[in-house]
Design a protein around this ligand. Structure first.
Ligand SMILES: C[S@@+](CC[C@H](N)C(=O)[O-])C[C@H]1O[C@@H](n2cnc3c(N)ncnc32)[C@H](O)[C@@H]1O
Length: 387
């Protein structure tokens, strides 16, 4: 009997190659993660100790902590004085140098690492979503974005949110797991678990259940996913200006079987009906909008909320809620990490802005176990409100 008489067993299916960057790409990103951890976890502590050991700094900080609603000009002057003290310390300067270097190198290394394997990552980015039943996505290609959004290279990201077609892969395979996951940048503390923080923020909705929840500036599925964990029965709606983030959100929600409703629109003009939601959540949005736009956004959220509906907000803590050293650190992002509105938002009192457009019981507090992050602001549309 010859071997040919027996048909060969079919070959076992070849498992798909796991998506990964090259060894060089990976190690390049891991070095950035380690540098950031060293800067924020070790150097920053030294710089803070030096700052508070300075008599003038300690005195300024005492005044700052006691001043719960500082005048903007007074606050600016105090931060400028504190900054000058910080900058006289070479460890502070080194810590900031590393922060800036990592923020910039994230893209200088992340983009080539993905580009090197374009044939692997292009299908990942361009694959069709498998939406959950009932999910919707409206990309509104005719919409023109506000100039502040399209002309800013957010966080030093070349070309801004839409600047490179494979950014979703850059975040998913390089910057996300190798750098951001370690925390220690902008307002995020060292070792913070940013997904868990979103879940804790979603828990700040005061009622036991909600029917329809809206997230303006949703970006990906991170916050909507956290809301779904807390309120699995709620119908989820999100909007953003970025087509690529919305597509990624739609895909992720589909992969997890969550029927989201997404629309590309400016969140200050949602096109949603009056009084049509009982909950609104925002996460890391307001510091990316000019104060005037934030005001318009709050008015719009008030309009689409039903009377008695709740708004829950999480954004970096305002300067008045952190010590003066931390205020200098947060303020730095405006000039050095392409965050044009970080300081303006840090100087704002979101509770007052909410009250001005009609919300009641506006309050702000931290849910962090140490420090002021995550910082939460929440309020309610009065039961008796008319739009
Ligand atoms: C830092 S991201 C946060 C995304 C998301 N909320 C999260 O928790 O990951 C800020 C998002 O706000 C969006 N954004 C900024 N201004 C906007 C506006 N006027 N209308 C809609 N989205 C906006 C940006 O495109 C970006 O996706």
């Amino acid at each position: 009997m010859t071997a040919q008489a027996f048909p060969r067993d079919p070959l076992p299916p070849v498992p798909p190659k796991p998506l990964s960057v090259s060894q060089r790409g990976r190690s390049g990103m891991e070095i950035l993660g380690s540098m950031q951890k060293l800067a924020s976890g070790v150097l920053r502590q030294h710089a803070a100790e030096t700052f508070f050991a300075n008599e003038k700094a300690a005195e300024l900080n005492k005044v700052h902590i006691a001043d719960k609603k500082p005048e903007k000009s007074v606050l600016r002057e105090r931060i400028a004085e504190a900054k000058a003290i910080c900058e006289s310390d070479s460890i502070y300067r080194l810590e900031r140098l590393v922060q800036r270097y990592v923020a910039e190198e994230n893209y200088n290394r992340g983009i080539p690492a993905i580009e090197e394997r374009r044939e692997m990552f292009e299908p990942f980015v361009n694959s069709e979503a498998t939406p959950a039943e009932g999910a919707t996505l409206e990309l509104n290609p005719e919409l023109s974005e506000p100039k502040y959004w399209s002309s800013t290279e957010w966080h030093l990201e070349p070309g801004g949110w839409e600047g490179y077609d494979l950014y979703p892969a850059v975040f998913a395979f390089t910057i996300g797991p190798k750098v951001f996951s370690l925390g220690g940048y902008a307002a995020v503390g060292v070792g913070d678990k940013i997904q868990e923080q979103r879940y804790q923020v979603a828990l700040q909705f005061p009622k036991e259940s909600y029917q329809r929840i809206y997230e303006p500036g949703c970006g990906g599925f991170s916050t909507l996913g956290a809301v779904h964990r807390v309120f699995p029965e709620a119908e989820l709606h999100g909007s953003d200006l970025s087509p690529s983030l919305l597509k990624g959100c739609y895909k992720m929600a589909g992969a997890l079987g969550v029927p989201v409703h997404l629309k590309r629109t400016d969140s200050t003009k949602t096109g949603e009906a009056d009084s049509s939601f009982d909950g609104v959540i925002t996460y890391a949005l307001h510091h990316e909008m000019p104060p005037k736009e934030n005001k318009a956004l709050f008015a719009e959220m008030f309009r689409i909320l039903k009377p008695g509906g709740d708004i829950v907000i999480s954004d970096p803590p305002p300067f008045r809620a952190v010590d003066l050293f931390h205020a200098v650190i947060l303020d730095w992002d405006t000039d050095h990490r392409e965050e044009p509105f970080f300081s303006a938002t840090g100087e704002s009192v979101l509770e007052d802005m909410l009250t001005e457009v009609g919300f009641e019981n506006a309050e702000a507090y931290t849910i962090g176990s140490q420090g002021s992050y995550p910082w939460v602001t929440r309020a309610r549309k009065p039961e008796a409100a008319l739009n």
